[in-house]
Ligand binder design. Structure first.
Ligand code: NDP
Ligand code: 8X3
Length: 248
């Protein structure tokens, strides 16, 4: 049985990961900004869930996290850096700088700070597993992806570099990079609930949050000598391709 910290457990992937891991007998520190959702999750899943309100853009709260955990949840075996978001689909020139700042503060700074806070305990015990949600957006750029794509490329390079730093320890690190995935609030957040979120998935069979939870569960069950560095997945209805050419 592992103690797992999941960031962004109030919706989508994080919620599905929490439910799956609790079902498999693990304890989960479920974090996110929306406290009432965390309470509901804990009420549904029982004492194995510790609801812990956390905004990953709050540097002081990130640093204080390890020392503020109650007995029974202090030794984190698995960190799942999942909290993140995209805001907007416009070209760089049409984007709001505040949206860029929020994406960088959440997907880059928050993710790095949480890792920095949790790492010392793992190093001390010489055991642990850190996962982070990257994205196909971190590998394949697309129009309107600008800063979101950049933040996910950061996740990938940060995690691969962390692997170098961790060489010689028993701590594993994996980036999970999904493509099109429905059933979460990602597109509602990105499009600001403007009613177009459903169009993103129209006539497709996208990945689901449960598929991501399945992947996390599989990774956690792998033999300890194995490290999957980066795992990219897409629904069958999606493939890469499509470089742009200006013919004007
Ligand atoms: P959701 O919008 O459904 O969930 C995002 C989660 O992140 C929520 O629980 C939200 O909680 C949390 N979150 C956002 N901002 C903060 C913050 N400042 N502090 C703490 N928690 C925060 O999206 P998904 O589940 O789809 O996305 C999860 C991750 O997967 C993200 O990193 C996303 O970039 C990535 N991803 C998503 C894909 C998709 O197609 N859906 C594909 C590839 C990667 P709250 O608002 O309560 O704080
Ligand atoms: C989410 C997938 O293609 O919307 O990271 O960027 S995509």
């Amino acid at each position: 049985m592992a103690t797992v910290l999941v960031t962004g457990a109030t919706a989508g992937f994080g919620k599905a990961i929490t439910a799956r891991l609790v079902r498999e007998g693990h304890k989960v520190i479920a974090t996110g900004r929306r406290r009432e959702r965390l309470e509901v999750l804990a009420a549904e899943l029982g004492d194995a869930v510790l609801p812990y309100q956390l905004d990953v853009t709050d540097s002081a709260a990130n640093a204080a996290l390890p020392s503020s955990l109650p007995e029974g949840f202090r030794e984190i075996d698995v960190l799942i850096n999942n909290a993140g978001l995209a805001l907007g689909v416009g070209k760089a020139i049409d984007s709001k700088v505040a949206d860029w700042q929020t994406m960088i503060a959440t997907n880059v700074r928050g993710m790095a700070e949480i890792t920095h806070a949790i790492l010392p305990g793992m190093i001390e015990r010489n055991t642990g597993y850190i996962m982070a949600l990257g994205s196909t957006a971190g590998t394949y750029p697309y129009l309107g992806g600008n800063v979101y794509c950049g933040t996910k490329a950061f996740v990938d390079q940060f995690m691969q570099s962390l692997r170098c730093d961790l060489l010689g320890t028993k701590i594993r690190a994996t980036v999970i990079a999904p493509g099109l995935c429905g059933g979460s609030e990602f597109s509602n957040v990105r499009l600001r609930d403007d009613g177009k979120a459903a169009d993103v998935y129209k006539d497709t069979t996208p990945l689901t949050p449960e598929d991501i939870a399945e992947t996390v569960s599989w990774l956690m069950g792998l033999p300890l000598h194995m490290n999957v560095n980066h795992i990219e997945m897409m629904p069958l209805c999606q493939a890469s391709g499509g470089l742009s050419v200006d013919r004007t």
